[in-house]
Design a protein around this ligand. Structure first.
Ligand code: FE
Ligand code: FE
Ligand code: ZN
Length: 274
């Protein structure tokens, strides 16, 4: 069975996101840990997170995915911005222990002119500070489209970060289909080749989740504009191949397509029908 869900709003609480995921036909979901543009996170209500854990247990949920605010930049040239990224991630990971053994995804960041090597070094530095031996969460680096000076649009860059992290058993990768396609990896006509190169460079055992998004732009465009499943340049057949691929079909999948809840329910049903 396909493990699938979509991005939901955390503002209605954790148990409600679980209920919503079920209503939409899914068995997982993604949420922002705090306002995507940063800022303070709402206090966690333990009754609410406990209720979610019971719901997940009773409804065959796969792991759920928390997403860090996308404005965090662990490799900013600005020391204060890096400090903010560190504080927000450390706080998020502490809060994740209310829903243990799940996953936390973040965008590696943009080196803003310092160069890829320096960026990789700074990202690893933050990860080495926030990843603790006693935490149960797996931290995922998201594959990026390569917009501006984004790091993580090449598998080699993600591997270089992972190699610099001490507690790397708590690190994985979340592959975003729109991002890798925009980065130039042809998952439409050469999925096998892309997975082979992921395996050779990073290792498929690191792949822990998928973001399923079609792309408004052609291969290699470095744009990062998500499209509804089957309505973009990646196309429906590619998504059929992805969700049925032996190396991918067990992974939790998360839709981040431009949809309201109804549209998400339709896409979930469509993907499950494969
Ligand atoms: Fe993301
Ligand atoms: Fe994504
Ligand atoms: Zn994106």
């Amino acid at each position: 069975m396909l493990n699938i869900g979509c991005h939901l709003s955390v503002s209605n609480g954790f148990e409600n996101m679980g209920k919503q995921a079920i209503e939409l036909g899914g068995n997982t979901f993604q949420f922002f840990t705090r306002n995507p543009r940063g800022g303070k996170a709402k206090d966690i209500n333990k009754k609410d997170t406990d209720a979610l854990l019971i719901l997940m247990e009773n409804n065959n949920f796969s792991k759920i995915l928390a997403h860090a605010p996308y404005t965090l930049n662990p490799c900013s040239a600005n020391e204060r911005a890096r400090q903010f990224a560190f504080e927000a991630m450390a706080d998020d990971l502490k809060r994740m222990e209310y829903i243990p053994n799940n996953m936390y995804n973040f965008h590696p960041g943009s080196h803003v002119g310092q160069g890829v090597d320096k960026g990789i070094e700074l990202i690893a530095e933050v990860l080495n500070e926030v990843i603790r031996e006693d935490m149960s969460t797996t931290v995922l680096l998201e594959t990026m489209a390569g917009k501006g000076s984004e790091i993580g649009s090449k598998f080699e860059e993600l591997k270089a970060i992972i190699d610099r992290v001490e507690l790397d058993d708590k690190l994985g990768v979340c592959l975003d289909t729109c991002h890798v396609f925009d980065a130039g990896y042809d998952i439409k006509d050469n999925l096998e080749g892309v997975l082979e190169s992921f395996d050779k460079i990073i290792g498929l055992s690191r792949l822990k989740a998928l973001h399923l998004n079609d792309s408004k732009n052609p291969l290699g465009s470095h744009k990062d504009r998500h499209e509804k499943i089957g309505k973009g340049y990646i196309g429906l057949e590619a998504f059929r191949n992805i969700v049925t691929h032996p190396a991918l079909k067990e992974l939790p999948c998360f839709l981040e397509t431009p949809n309201e809840l109804e549209g998400y329910a339709e896409e979930i049903a469509l993907l499950k029908s494969f």
